[in-house]
Design a protein around this ligand. Structure first.
Ligand code: NDP
Length: 257
């Protein structure tokens, strides 16, 4: 039986280490037979990724550097992917950033620069990446980003990132409308709290995780592998009728009042 993503070229953005959500996604995509192309920003992330791929015996088709704060860097990365790989069938956008000191206290204290930075890296980057990726997605496919409940509700301490995620989710809908005519679907996974490098910057992480165990229908937290499988679904043809959607992978917490 052929695997779900056999022969498909998928770009994964945002593996920083073994705990990254993008690493869970990498394993799911690999198990489904995808050819994987990675982008990193920091050299440190590149080194970690190379080690992880080696340890798990996963062969990357290509690894390119990409800083989503820089249009030229995005263009260069996708040009290189186009030259070396050709057509791509999917992109996983698992990238976000906000200043740590703005992920605590009152949202009202957010600085202008901090607000713009969070929007730029965590929301606008999906727009810029979609525009660049579209040129290579000539056979259609799926783009999937990662969001969080703080986009929909006030989650104490999530602050400026919650507003950036709201912008990201609205972008998913507008991009879905634009990309639909090219056979490209754009969706988001809204994961429950998972202990990663980025999550360390968010205050009250333990509280957020404990409330899931207490109140979510499944009475437990989710992990990177569960987000990985849901992302795989949205990237793949299994989700061919789905676009502009936010799929919650959060033990059902978002349905609880
Ligand atoms: P990680 O810290 O593991 O991943 C964040 C990634 O963002 C890193 O790989 C980092 O790259 C990348 N990044 C930051 N700035 C840039 C930039 N300018 N250009 C390119 N890449 C950049 O954390 P997570 O796995 O937790 O985060 C992945 C996504 O999941 C984020 O969108 C996050 O908001 C979302 N999410 C996380 C949840 C959680 O509880 N952990 C819950 C719901 C959603 P580098 O290391 O090279 O700087």
């Amino acid at each position: 039986m052929t695997k779900l993503l056999e022969g498909k070229n998928i770009v994964v953005m945002g593996v920083a280490n073994e705990r990254s959500i993008a690493w869970g996604i990498t394993k799911s995509l690999h198990n489904a037979g995808a050819n994987l192309i990675f982008t990193n920003r920091q050299e440190r992330s590149y080194q970690k990724l190379v080690k992880l791929l080696d340890k798990h015996e996963i062969q990357a088709k290509l690894i390119v550097s990409c800083d989503v704060a820089d249009d030229e860097s995005i263009q260069q990365a996708f040009n290189e992917i186009g030259e070396k790989v050709g057509v791509i069938h999917g992109v996983v956008h698992s990238v976000a950033f906000a200043n740590r000191d703005e992920l605590q206290g009152e949202y009202a204290n957010t600085s202008r620069d901090g607000f713009l930075l969070a929007q730029e890296i965590s929301a606008y980057s999906l727009v810029a990446v979609t525009k660049a990726a579209k040129e290579l997605m000539t056979e259609g496919g799926g783009i999937v980003t990662q969001t969080y409940l703080g986009a929909e509700r006030v989650i104490p301490g999530y602050n400026v990132m919650g507003v950036a995620k709201a912008s990201l989710e609205a972008s998913v809908r507008y991009l879905a409308e634009d990309m639909g005519k090219y056979g490209i679907r754009v969706n988001a996974v809204s994961a429950g709290p998972i202990r990663t490098l980025s999550a360390k910057g968010v205050s009250n992480f333990n509280e957020k995780a404990n409330v899931i165990v207490e109140k979510a229908p499944l009475r437990r937290n989710v992990d990177q592998d569960e987000v990985g499988d849901a992302t795989l679904f949205l990237v793949s043809e299994m989700a061919r009728g789905i676009t502009g959607e936010v799929l919650h992978v959060d033990s059902g917490f978002h349905i609880i009042g």
